[in-house]
Write a protein that binds this ligand. Structure first.
Ligand code: GLA
Length: 394
């Protein structure tokens, strides 16, 4: 199955560099079952890595200082000198990579030149974290090839920092963590404050998770993502000022929030209200999954959508339409917008033998209403980043 991604990537490597790659790496995208926008507010999240990947074909060039990276799907390439100061550049895709390299460019890390081709089955701007897969994939490669001894946790943190400093998006840690720590058939319950995590069996008892891609693309640099971050930070500042004894955002209560509502202002109040409720929902969702109560999990997903749409205000009419209409279909237990929002996919919890019918109805309705062909992704929960060591056949 991987061959459809790996073979063309290797082919491109061979034609462009006139040699064989020495390593192949696969870095996955992620879904998030529940816990949206809480990863930068000490919340819990329930993501999982999926079987959509960025494939990297790589070769080291000992004794040289140039690293050439080819973004096969974009038809672009970029070369940089590993010995010079690294700064952000015009190609956004390259910034994810340079942001990682700049953090690791230290005298003790003995790098050499490299040739890299990457290609992806993670749709861009669809809320499946293609950028985290790129950042963490590159950090993972450097760690393996140059024996840097970086922990998995630090690979995720380096990826996140790259996004902050070179891509300008003040994201949380969820996407990077899921891409690095993903495990086949397991969802990760991550405490975004301590980074402690545990795995839960992703046994949905005859239901499956389907993604409906609205095909409304977003970039979190230009969406309201950073604005939401600021609005939440403002709210936290007021809460901390009034209740200095509380350390973690998730330990504030609704009552405390209500007491500072006026001082905080309506916008930050709404954002914080959503967050406190969402953090509680994640804990309830983890219990529901463990207890096999999939119906209740569905209810929680739908509540999250309402919160994201009206309190956190990161949905859009296309996603509201997809969710509302999905919920009207038989066999749909819950649905919500997934990821940072402002476009991308909805995640739907649907009875397995009803999925085809639901897809048919929603696709038709969506096309009729918006004149957009919705895409559907059936995803499988998979392992995190790894080197692909099987033989590839070309
Ligand atoms: C984006 C960010 C994550 C997270 C989600 C929303 O995917 O990269 O850190 O904040 O949005 O849950």
């Amino acid at each position: 199955m991987h061959e459809q991604l790996i073979n063309p990537t290797v082919e491109k490597f061979k034609t462009r560099f006139k040699s064989e790659p020495e390593h192949i790496f696969l870095s996955p995208g992620r879904i998030n079952i529940i816990g949206e926008h809480v990863d930068y507010s000490d919340g819990f999240v329930l993501p999982a890595a999926i079987d959509k990947y960025i494939c990297f074909a790589v070769r080291k060039l000992p004794g040289t200082n140039f690293c050439t990276v080819i973004a096969k799907d974009l038809g672009e390439e970029y070369t940089f000198d590993i010995t010079t100061e690294i700064k952000p550049v015009g190609q956004m895709w390259m910034n994810y990579i340079l942001g990682v390299f700049s953090q690791l460019q230290k005298p003790e890390n003995l790098f050499c030149g490299m040739e890299i081709v990457f290609s992806s089955t993670i749709p861009m701007g669809a809320g499946l974290s293609s950028s985290a897969a790129l950042e963490c994939g590159f950090a993972f490669i450097l760690n393996e090839l140059f024996h840097l001894q970086i922990s998995k946790k630090d690979i995720a943190v380096i990826g996140q920092k790259s996004e902050h400093s070179f891509a300008g998006v003040q994201c949380g840690i969820m996407d990077q963590f899921a891409s690095v720590f993903g495990k086949e058939n397991k969802v990760i319950m991550l405490d975004c404050n301590s980074l402690q995590h545990q795995y839960f069996d992703a046994d949905l008892k005859g239901y499956s998770l389907l993604l409906f891609d609205s095909c409304v693309k977003h970039s979190h640099l230009t969406s309201g993502y950073n604005d939401r971050h600021k609005e939440v930070e403002h709210g936290k500042k007021i809460l901390r000022k009034n209740f200095p004894e509380i350390e973690k955002f998730r330990d504030f209560t609704m009552d405390m929030l209500d007491r500072v509502k006026e001082e905080m202002g309506n916008t930050s109040y709404k954002r914080c209200l959503y967050l406190l409720k969402e953090i509680q929902r994640v804990e309830m969702a983890a219990k529901a999954i463990s207890a096999g109560n999939i119906e209740y999990l569905g209810t929680l997903l739908t509540e999250t959508h309402a919160g994201l749409s009206t309190e956190f205000e990161v949905s859009c009419s296309e996603l509201d339409f997809l969710v509302e209409n999905a919920l009207q279909q038989e066999g749909v237990l819950g649905a919500r917008i997934m990821g940072g929002g402002f476009g991308g996919c909805s995640i739907n919890l649907i009875e397995e033998n009803k999925t085809e019918e639901v897809i048919r109805i929603i696709s038709e309705k969506y096309l009729e209403h918006f004149n957009i062909r919705m895409k559907v992704y059936h995803v499988t929960i998979s392992d995190g980043i790894k080197e692909y060591t099987n033989e590839y056949i070309i």
